[in-house]
Design a protein around this ligand. Sequence first.
Ligand SMILES: [Zn+2]
Length: 285
Amino acid sequence: MALIGALIVWRVTSHGPNRPAPAAPPPLPPAPAARAEACGQTGWRDAATANDRSLSSLAWAPFGRAETGWETYAPLIAREIGTRCGPATAGFAAAWARWQAAHQLPADGIVKEGDFAPLRNAMALRRPFVQQTAKGLCPAAPADTALADAAPAESYGGKPIQLREGALAAYRRLVAAARAEGLVHGEVLKLVSGYRSPVEEAARCAQGGCNTLTRAHCSAHRTGLAMDLYLDHAPGQDPTSTDDANRAAMARTPAYRWLVLNADRFGFLPYPFEPWHWEWTGEPP
Ligand SMILES: [Zn+2]
């Protein structure tokens, strides 16, 4: 959860301390309804073909680290542009073109690195934690008395996990809703990580360095509002491995796709680079 460092760099280099701060990010649009969309419409075929190809081959660095393809981000992009059509369809290309036009970008329906950037920034700056770190602030850890223990059955491997009380209650509401829709089985949606104290974070930094893409000196986990959720992962991978194949495998899971469409109803926002990481926004960090 260290994109924060990169975001601060982006914010400072692109706006500078003396320039006006960027406008507040647009709110998360409502989840598109499950309706009969014309995903196979006749227009936008060339764009759909280009997107189909680039889905697994686009060479880009959307979060500063080189990666290939955009499949990992396809569910979030679809949510942002208001479509349930698959990323390689004409319906998706049409929705992307509408989004491009609304953001004063050439509306060719083709997913590209430069066009993704404003969408990525909006997703980041909606998160109250990032709003703090973008100003150079690192939220203080909550008092011990504000933290509640997850039940062993709620955590991956039964390890002790704490969250702020409100965040744990919201997590439980979210899991109950996912369970009612048949999405919870085995370890799916169990807590892999929750609150991490500043001392624990410092120890992690001492082990492997911090302020890289994958590890932050000031992590959202210190707020007690961030949690890592177990999603089926690629064979042989750790549940929070940032390996590209692992992240893409997670983004294909029904549980992740459900989270993208529904987690905001329970107050959660995603961190796009890590499909497992969600932040509860019901209290300020
Ligand atoms: Zn996390």
